[in-house]
Design a protein around this ligand. Structure first.
Ligand SMILES: Nc1ncnc2c1ncn2[C@@H]1O[C@H](COP(=O)(O)OP(=O)(O)OP(=O)(O)O)[C@@H](O)[C@H]1O
Length: 305
């Protein structure tokens, strides 16, 4: 179980305050997959880093299986499996098997235990045939599966995944989702993602972050019902308010997909129930490109070694 209560975190950059998280509250129950979504810079990674005990919040509280991530950080680390997109997470020249055995041994397993656990996990994620191949030969999908296997070494009750399927092809990411789904029955899973279809497919609970605040949370169904029906309208001149709803261009017209209650001048093309992507677009501001920093900061390396 993950319990986040009134959590805030501010960074100082060149004398300027960046409110990465402001008064965040939500919970994820055991057996649930929670999708954490938000634009670039919305605060997702900051939240995952706080839960992973890598950075400390300014105020509020976060608990993993009832343990405080700040005062009981050592206990929390043992309860977590963390999967990130960091390319530096594995040793390139070592095989999948050797990598997993290495990480198992630093988690305190004996050589024999490390070998059998590594084999068990490689089988589980479908990489047994690749166990003796160096990591540098792995495809993106295989590398992600190995990262999932590593997160599971100690069979932790809580799994945190930061954009786990980034860069994966549709078939690999579907396979990956089924793996996570199988796991999640016994665990608590929090994953960040920019892929709304993936979140809709996997998550029982969705938390939408906008500029560091929770703008909505609930099941995908609840959130979709909240937005209701969307209408597709052909219009000549979408004003600034409509910019984020533009889904295409046709001849001299813009196609905008807006919630039913929006007044838009133009011809209505069709109406459809809202998808999770519609919910996201409706409830969040446009992405702020200035917050799109490079990823994989030093903090994650603590999990990689
Ligand atoms: N170490 C840091 N120092 C200064 N500012 C930071 C730091 N980490 C994050 N931020 C800022 O905090 C805000 C939230 O960043 P965060 O990485 O949590 O967003 P995100 O939702 O994960 O974004 P993305 O989808 O691009 O990964 C951004 O404005 C970011 O620039």
């Amino acid at each position: 179980m993950i319990d986040v209560s009134h959590l805030s975190k501010t960074f100082q950059v060149k004398g300027k305050e960046i409110h990465a998280l402001s008064d965040i509250t939500f919970e994820v129950k055991t057996g649930e997959i929670c999708g954490l979504v938000g634009h670039n810079g919305a605060g997702k990674t900051t939240l995952v880093k706080i839960l992973s005990t890598l950075i400390i919040p300014d105020s509020g509280e976060a608990r993993v299986e009832g343990h405080d991530v700040v005062s009981e950080a050592n206990i929390v680390r043992k309860l977590l499996g963390v999967m990130t997109v960091s390319e530096r997470a594995f040793y390139y020249r070592l095989t999948g098997m050797e990598n997993l055995m290495f990480f198992a041994s630093i988690r305190g397993l004996s050589l024999g235990e490390s070998r059998s656990r590594a084999k068990e996990l490689l089988e589980m994620v479908g990489l047994l045939d690749w166990k003796d191949i160096p990591y540098m030969k792995y495809s993106t999908g295989m590398a992600r599966k190995l990262a999932l296997a590593r997160a599971l070494i100690t069979d932790p009750p809580v799994i945190l995944m930061d954009e786990p399927t980034l860069g994966m092809d549709p078939i690999s990411s579907r396979e990956f989702r089924r793996l996570v789904e199988g796991l999640a029955k016994r665990k608590t899973v929090l994953m960040t993602s920019h892929n709304m279809a993936e979140v809709e497919d996997l998550a029982q609970r969705v938390v939408i972050l906008n500029r560091g605040s929770v703008v909505a949370s609930g099941s995908p169904q609840e959130l979709k019902e909240r937005v209701g029906t969307m209408k597709l309208v052909r219009t000549r001149s979408p004003d600034a308010r409509l910019r984020k709803f533009v889904v295409g261009l046709s001849d001299q017209y813009f196609l905008v997909r807006v919630p039913e209650h929006f007044n838009v001048e133009g011809d209505e093309v069709r109406r459809e129930p809202a998808t999770l992507e519609d919910v996201f677009v409706s409830l969040t501001d446009e992405a702020d490109s200035t917050t799109n920093r490079s990823r994989g900061g030093g903090g994650w390396r603590r999990w990689a070694s």
